[in-house]
Design a protein around this ligand. Structure first.
Ligand code: SF4
Length: 105
């Protein structure tokens, strides 16, 4: 009986160690680097999530702007000063690849 419990404990420790190594490996080598500019651009957009730009919400529009999918800010509710702030921010803030984005006005 004691032998069975000891074997079960050892097996759980080995299994925990293997799974921990797997998680450590995944964290180190499979990490997707997020572009922090998406969050900042989302904050600068109006936040109405109306879908008028063709994206499901402001964060979708921000991702499109940062990824280069869109080259101008097609958001009618966004005021001109905020649009200019987004343009200046993306023009002066490099992404993880070191590149900046030049949007049309
Ligand atoms: S049109 Fe503007 S406010 Fe509406 S979802 Fe798109 S970015 Fe957001």
């Amino acid at each position: 009986m004691l032998n069975t419990i000891l074997i079960a404990v050892v097996m759980m420790l080995i299994l925990g160690g293997i799974l921990g190594l797997g998680l450590g490996f995944a964290d180190r080598f499979l990490k997707v680097e997020a572009d922090e500019r998406v969050e900042k651009v989302t904050e600068l957009l109006p936040g109405y999530n109306c879908g008028g730009c063709g994206y499901p919400g402001c964060s979708g529009m921000a991702e499109a702007l940062v990824s280069g999918e869109m080259d101008s800010i097609l958001c009618k509710p966004c005021k001109q000063d905020k649009k200019q702030e987004i343009i200046d921010y993306l023009k002066n803030t490099p992404g993880p690849d070191g590149n900046t984005i030049n949007l049309k006005g």
